[in-house]
Design a protein around this ligand. Sequence first.
Ligand code: PLP
Length: 393
Amino acid sequence: MFSKKMVQSIGSSSMIRAMFEEGERLRKLYGADKVYDFSIGNPDTEPPQSVRDAIIKYASSNEPGEHRYMSNAGYSNVRKTIAESISKNSGISISDNNVVMTCGAAGGLNVSLKAILNPDDEVVVIAPFFMEYLSYIDNNNGKSVVIEADTDTFEPNFTQLIEKITKKTKAVIINSPNNPTGIVYSEKILTHLNDILLLKGKEFNTTIFVLSDEPYSKIVYDSVTVPSVLKFIKNSIIVNSFSKSLALPGERIGYIAVSPLIDDHQTLSDIMVICNRILGFVNAPALFQKVVASTINEGVNVREYQNKRDLLFNGLIDIGFECIKPQGAFYLFPKSLIADDVEFTKRASKYNLLFVPGSGFGCPGYFRLAYCVNIKTIENSLPSFRSLYEEFK
Ligand code: PLP
């Protein structure tokens, strides 16, 4: 009666649903403060005061026409502000005509994929990856091709990339700072990626795009800087959002920036505007376009996230867990204490610890902790992590 594919998808998302239900069960049984829920990347911080002030200002405006349809690309003054900010940060001069306002990064990824994919075109994703990529590629008639990151560094395995590129490869999705590992790709990695894609593009007479998913670009630690993908990768499409940088995930606001170095970049930008409309987003939320443009240089308190990272990372290493130290985002991706990470995750709930198995990111043998939670939750969880460790070691 319904779409077979979507009915099946209920089954495949059951892991997350089961975890959510387990969390509810534990909270009822022990009280919310005794349950250490690291399962969801939903920031517990509030947007900066300047953002809340801007929301009030624009929501209470009496200017006529504030709530009408607009260009499907978004307000031109908003796109101009974003284009100027990107140009300043990347050193690549980008015009407002190459910026499309979107419903978050998720909307931007779907719009970009729809704009570039023909049926059965291949899109490379690097495991561990944000699982929704597979659905987004499938939504837009593409085929996902998974390569692995090197597990000692979580950097892309370029040997596998070279092997897996075919004449059907249309794009590689990268995500730095990364969910779930927290690593940041260096200039060297981006340069190497660009070289490979240009060479392979020449070999197959194609263009291979890099779809750079960057919602964590402002959440980095220890004075790490995130190199500009626009600067290092010729055929790059940047997808960003304010979900994490301004703690606004519920407001669904983001953008796409198309590199002016792409051949015929204006056609690509123009079809993205059509995709935004016909995918049903029509345009990004009007109020929040104005809010983010007027607070373009603002950000959440990264120092708070760094304190949380340090507390959880040092705590787990102290106990004996193995984990790469993240440079950004708000996740840790430690090694599971048994090969079966799904079983490990289930057993952790005995200690009121909730997290996501690495299999949920295409990378079994690990688990992901989202530490965008109250610092007390992290502090109080450490004895439970110790008990969990002792059960398995
Ligand atoms: N990409 C990655 C890697 C994410 O972690 C998320 C959300 O958690 C998204 C995209 C979606 O972001 P948005 O809420 O802006 O659509």
